[in-house]
Design a protein around this ligand. Sequence first.
Ligand SMILES: Cc1ncc(COP(=O)(O)O)c(C=O)c1O
Length: 445
Amino acid sequence: MSNALINTPIDASVVERIIKSKLEQSGKEKIGFASIRELVRLVNEVEKETGDKYIRMEMGVPGLPPAQVGIEGEINALKSGVASQYPMIEGVDILKKEISQFVKNFINIEVDENNCLPTVGSMQGAFASFLVSCRRDVKKDTTLFIDPGFPVQKMQHDVLGLKYETFDVYNYRGDKLKAKLESFLEKGNISTILYSNPNNPSWICFTEKELQIIGELATKFDVIVMEDLAYFAMDFRKDLSKPGVAPYQASVAKYTDNYILLISSSKAFSYAGQRIGMMVISNELFKRQYPDLKRFFNTDGFGYSMIYGALYSLSSGTSHSAQYGLAAILKATNSGDFNFVESVKEYGERAKLMKKIFTDNGFHIVYDMDEDEPLADGFYFTFAYPGIDGVELLEKMLYYGISAISLATTGSERIEGLRACVSQIKRSQLKDLEFRLKTFNEHNS
Ligand SMILES: Cc1ncc(COP(=O)(O)O)c(C=O)c1O
């Protein structure tokens, strides 16, 4: 054990031993390469053994209570007997109608309710979309990830045996994005472009100019954009909370017809446990026909393959009661009775306080600008410490009772950085955070 680690806030001998045993079990070279779930496990064990609580920033789970109206909707549905019935794969009518209304109210786009589908979380929505979108044209067999990104979607590619290419958007913001995207699209092998917005892990939000570039190139090269809106309306710099009133959630849907939107209810409605999300396919894309789909599905219709091929074979639809729960949430949201943005704004306020504690103690924010505008405060932020790379930093911080994930696992080139998720941190822990970062800074500067 190095001298610097002797007076760490968490008993260094315990941390060191548990890290060692995890490395042995996983075969990983360094704990900084661990997946989110592996880190969760490790920190649980250290907490249990030492009795100390960590500042847990490794996992993106909602830290707020679920939308109550959804729970009541589900209970009522269960009492009415839906549990014994298979749900329609394309979703129950009342939910489809509310999803269509929701995207009209909060993105200002028109999508037929037929093309609004429930999925078992956006996780399944992405998997199903890959099954169809990435196999619709024999020549287009590769996904382009605009990174940094959510590592599980790359894992889904690996599981499916699909190819992907990626680039870190950090150095290609604004006008520079066009040439960079063209350099990939011109090759003719890209089927799908995927990014999240606001972005997990960096919390960058694409500007209208950037979305326009993405949308116009998607049309030009006939590529499908999968826009992952897992953090819907959580760019708190603008008030996106009023149904039918501008400003709206920024979306590529304004600039191309080649889109699939994945809207998760996990974070916006704190509904992660019920595993329900929304897949919204543009009216034009839904009805398109791709002969190459017949290699995998018994139809060439894009929307038809999605429902009766992909979603059918994955899970035969989405839990019946969860559909009614989400329908109730959306109904209250669409009518203005429930302001879902207000209920999650706490994340932005927390991030602002936490970022200041980091920057006051020798750290800096890695992704910090959206073109010429400072980044929003939200669910995640990224940080680094001078002279220490991200993988090493992650390990070091474990001795100081702080857990995060390395940006190296997200396709980011900013490998000096870590991602912090603010959702599980209580305001009462901020004093601890301050003390631990101060101590870290004293030991390492
Ligand atoms: C960018 C992104 N996409 C998708 C998901 C998964 O969403 P869901 O819980 O709806 O499956 C997450 C969850 O963390 C995410 O961060």
